[in-house]
Every structure is written in structure tokens, then in C-alpha cells.
Design a protein around this ligand. Sequence first.
Ligand code: NDP
Length: 469
Amino acid sequence: MQLFLNGKWTGLNNCTEVLNPYDGSVIDTVPCASPANITAAIDGLARGAETMRNMPAHQRVIILRKAAALMRERQEELGRLISTEEGKVLTEGRIEAGRAAEAIDLSSDEARRLHGETVPLDSTPSGVGKLGFTLRVPCGIVAAITPFNFPLNLVAHKVGPAIAAGNAVLLKPASDTPMSSLKLVEILLETGLPPEAIACVTGSGSALGQAICTDQRIRKISFTGSAEVGEQICRMSGLKRVTMELGSNSPVIVLDDADPEKAAAAITITGFANAGQVCISSQRIITTPTIHDDLLYALKAKVEQLTIGDQLAEGTHVGPLIREADAKRVGEWLDQAVAQGAKLLCGGEREGSLMQPAVLANVQRDMRMSCDELFGPAVGVTRADSIDHAIRLANDTRFGLSASIFTQDIDKAIHFAREVDSGNLHINFGTAWRAETMPYGGLKDSGMGKEGPKYTVEEMSEIKMVVIH
Ligand code: NDP
């Protein structure tokens, strides 16, 4: 495929292959842009920002509505593309395509709702006799830098609200999964987005990041990806608005009064979807003493049932990791944990980029698979003496994106929700659950700012205050 730059589909001499992570077969090639291409893209988007700023809300609504409808019509094709380039099983690819259409549709609703408000200036004596109101205006050019693991939905969560708020968008998708983004651009152009209002530039983030982040004409950067890259982007961006949706190592607390079968079933879904490559994957399972053995028994039995293989074959439960190197890294972290005293109950065998889903018991808080983001198909179980000990362990991390608890006791559930420092908290389900409408985002090193169209349009627009004297 070509990239979309300055209102045109453009090929470049320098291209890179997009691979199917299951067998390494080449799906297509995409251009590797240079920093000069970024500058050229921003030149075009500066004109696009003017066009978008002057476009009435009802027209933005129509473009997004039609795009959502086309995405629904093409859900199967988009779902297959997502799975092929990313490696998630076809059922998950289809679900992601449907959710992305939802995100675009919800963005169209927000385009209608954006508004300023009157400000009660007479609430202080100096304001008496004056009229004050705010105008909400677009940021101008928004840069959207996106990760590999949800190559359409996380892109839709940035591009949809950016358009809804009247911005032009520079989109830099992950190098492993650029094609879903390019397809979304095709759809938006088909439904009437002015070509100068969007650019989709493929190529290495480390090579292009500086050109994107230091250009003064970009007012807003919306990034989803690892904490390490997020920090680099914040350093480079200087005085820009930024939203950071970063990683995590999400804890699930299972208390003695929970049903071990239900908890195990939820952990099997939320720890192993997309081969564990979800920012809110259940990773650290923390149990109180009485339920510990029953939970391990139930969890092992369920996880052993998960089949690995070709993500496009109906019936596969867990597809490949994005690259073989990532599967190797996950294997090394599991080996390290075992060498330090953890017990491997099942899984962990690797064939290329595939890894058999694993459950480890006796995982300690200082092991790497507790401290860092694993991003692979394994969960580690840790014992806690009490709910307060479990909450301390849950909070014993630099991350804070999602956390969950299983209990029948509402007081304990609310205590958990108050005490655990996390942007998303789930009661009686695992950590990997999101509705497109939610204010979604992390605390601590998991980031700043919220996504979800209602919240993203606010992050992608600014307020001007007008006073009539
Ligand atoms: P990365 O941080 O490696 O990459 C994310 C994006 O940043 C890619 O487009 C990448 O480009 C680009 N990039 C890399 N280096 C730079 C740079 N120096 N300047 C600017 N851009 C750069 O993340 P992954 O793609 O590996 O995604 C996985 C991570 O994303 C996990 O940590 C996961 O938790 C997190 N994530 C967070 C979510 C959330 O909502 N909080 C949701 C989903 C994922 P390239 O691909 O070319 O390197």
C-alpha cells in the first residue's frame, strides 16, 4: 500500500514489508517515510486545519456517520486484515472492527455536542455588568501515534474525535500493523473527509518521532504505546498538549469469598486475549489464603484448554505474539521467575512466535514478571495474607491502568475501589474490559489524559474565554 501524504496516495522508493506474525509471510509493503516527509505532511495539514476549522459541525457529523456505516459494512474484511497483520484470532479481529466503527459513530455524536458555556462573571464584584462566555475551538493539527496491538480501534479512538473536534490529523501507525490505519484513511476519504485534513505516514517511530514531536505547528500529541516511548515523546514535545495512554501490569485480587470457577473463567479471558498483548491484560493474580489452591486448580484446568495456532483458523484460541523476539522475551521472563522459585503449572512452551498460555504459582513481588509489563500469554499467582495485603501488592507497581477484584462483599469491593490507584477498576470481572464510551486512561506511569470520544474531543479542543465589557 502507499502512504497518504499532502492529499495524495504516495509511494516511496524505500519500503518495508508487513508480515503475518504467525508464519512470517509477506502481506504487503508500505513506504518508510523520512523526517522530510513528515515536514511535508505537516505543510499540507496546516491547510487542512484551516479547512476543518471552518467546516460546520453537521458536516463533520455526516462524514463520521457515513464512515462508521461503511466500517460496519466492511467489518469482516477489516476484522480479517486486523487479525492478519496483528496476529489476534479472527473472532477478536472482528470484534475490534465493530468496536472501531462504534468509536467513530460515538465521535460523530460528540461533534454535535461540543460547545462553550456562559461564565457567571457577576459572582465577584469586578465582573458585574459584563457578559462572559467560552468558545471551544480545535487544537489545529493533532498527531496520533499508535501501537500495534489494536491497529484499528485505538486509531479510531484518536482519528474520530480529532475530526469531530474540527482538527486535521497526522497519523503515525505502528510499523508492524500499518494497514488497518491506511484502510481507515481510505474509508474517511470515501465518506467526504477533505484530503488535506489527514495524513497517514508509515515508517519507524524512532526515526520520525523527533520530526513529529518538535514541529511547532502540531499543537496536540495523542500517544498510545509503551511508557518508555511515551516518556521520550513528552521530553521531545515541549510546550504541547499531550495525552499518554501507556502500559501496565494489571492486578486481579481474588478474595476468599469469591467463586473460584468464575474468577478463573474471567482471568482466562482477560489474561490471554490477544496472546496477553493488551495494555489492561490481567497479569498479577493476587489471592487470599483459603481460595488460593482452588483458584489455581480451576485456572490451570481452563488455561490448559486454550489452543494456539494460526490466528485465521476458526477455533484457535490464542494466536502468535507480534514478533518471535517477543515470544522469546516472555519465555525468558518465565524461566527467570522459575529460577527464582515460581512454579510453572502449565504452558510456556514456544514454537516460533507462538507460546502455550502459562500459569505460574508462587510468584513474588520482586520478580520481573510482577514488576514490569509482561505483554504475553502468562499470568502469575501471588499469595496475600489479607485484603489489605492484597491491596498493598496491587499498588506495588509504577503502573495504574486497570485493576480488579472478585468478592461477594460490597464493602470490600468499595474499599478496593477507593484504595487501589488505577484508572479503571472492575468488580467481579478481570482487568481487560472496556466500553468505547468509558473515560479510559491510566494513573501513575500508565499515563495521563482520558480517551473515549466524549473525553477525547475535550483533550483535542481548547477553550477561549470571551468577555463583553
Ligand atoms: P511502542 O511504544 O513500541 O510503539 C508505539 C508507537 O510509537 C508506534 O507507532 C511506534 O512506531 C512509535 N514510536 C516508537 N518510538 C518512537 C519515538 N521515539 N518517537 C515517536 N514515536 C515512536 O508500543 P507497541 O507498539 O509495542 O505497543 C505496546 C505498548 O502499548 C504496550 O506497552 C501497551 O501497554 C501499550 N498500550 C497502551 C494502551 C492504553 O490505552 N493505555 C492500549 C494499547 C497499548 P514503530 O512501530 O515504528 O516503532
